[in-house]
Design a protein around this ligand. Structure first.
Ligand code: SF4
Length: 299
């Protein structure tokens, strides 16, 4: 990031800077959300990825459910999800997810999944069943999906689109130059095509970037322009945090002021809602996004 302060980068690589501190609020709703998700045997990204915002989101009645198992067929170097051999998907999972959402009274649910390159449809049919089951069990709950790229198979992506989630998310994760070291089995153009297909089908689309992997401001700007050209309405950016020494190292901790610069740039490029702060994660609970989505859906 040519325009960002290099000196700051050197000083903070040793330890986490003060702005990477999390206060975990455990109110009654937090506890209830935890117990009910457990009761239905659901995996959550909140826990799998050691998400720093778990406390905040659960306390607001928002959780991110991981479907298609907790083992992935890919090996993204920033991701903490289990990479052991995958297990067969559970055909009962859509019903269990829907029951948990209803019982927990979640106002918003984010459904995401590992990538299942082993399945003929990449898991698309089970994805659609899950969205439809939640819709039937909890009609007032906002459904956001954060999907894999389904190997770029348009028919499989269309299967999920037909279930009409309220927000269709797919993460670009980083800038194209860093794909080989960060997400070697992914493809930047393919990911843009996933977003474009959903946007052209009239869905509200969303994407996110992790920062601190060595990307420049110019590269971020080009990625924002590409996402806008693919019809993306919502953009999130947050600081990459290394899950373990086995994972991709943090190149630098991006200053909060730089996140503000990126937020303003994204709005200037026409995004409808932007969240850009060090602790933002793609499924982070943002009142502003909820209001933007509900307004767009009512329009
Ligand atoms: S595809 Fe998704 S779940 Fe799988 S390793 Fe990459 S980021 Fe993690």
């Amino acid at each position: 990031m040519g325009s960002m302060n290099e000196a700051g980068a050197m000083a903070t690589c040793g330890g986490k800077p003060p702005w990477i501190r999390v206060k975990v609020g455990q109110n009654g709703l937090f506890q209830a959300t935890k117990e009910r998700l457990r009761a239905h045997g659901l995996h959550t990204v909140c826990e799998e990825a050691f998400c720093p915002n778990l406390g905040r989101c659960w306390a607001c009645g928002r959780a991110t459910v991981l479907i298609l198992g907790d083992r992935c067929t890919r090996g993204c170097r920033f991701c903490n999800v289990d990479k052991r051999p995958v297990l067969p998907p559970d055909p009962e999972e859509p019903g269990r997810v829907a029951a948990a959402v209803k019982e927990t009274g979640l106002k918003e649910v984010v459904v995401t999944s590992v990538t299942r390159d082993d399945l003929p449809d990449g898991g698309a049919a089970l994805w659609a069943e899950t969205v439809e089951a939640i819709r039937a069990a909890a009609p007032g709950t906002l459904i956001e999906v954060l999907v894999p790229d389904f190997g770029g198979v348009a028919d499989d992506i269309a299967t999920v689109i037909r279930a009409r989630p309220d927000v269709f998310g797919h993460n670009l994760e980083t800038v194209p130059r860093l794909y080989p070291q960060a997400r070697p089995q992914a493809d930047y153009a393919r990911s843009l095509a996933v977003l474009r297909q959903a946007s052209e089908a009239g869905l509200i689309t969303k994407t996110s970037l992790m920062l601190g992997l060595g990307e420049t401001l110019e590269e971020i700007e080009q990625t924002l322009r590409d996402a806008r050209a693919a019809g993306c309405a919502i953009f999130y950016a947050g600081q990459y945090l290394q899950p373990s020494p086995r994972h991709l190292p943090v190149t630098r901790y991006v200053e909060p002021t730089e996140f503000v610069e990126i937020r303003d740039l994204a709005y200037a490029l026409g995004f409808g809602f932007v969240a850009s702060e060090p602790l933002v994660r793609s499924s982070y609970h943002e009142e502003g996004q909820t209001a933007f989505v509900r307004t767009a859906l009512d329009a």
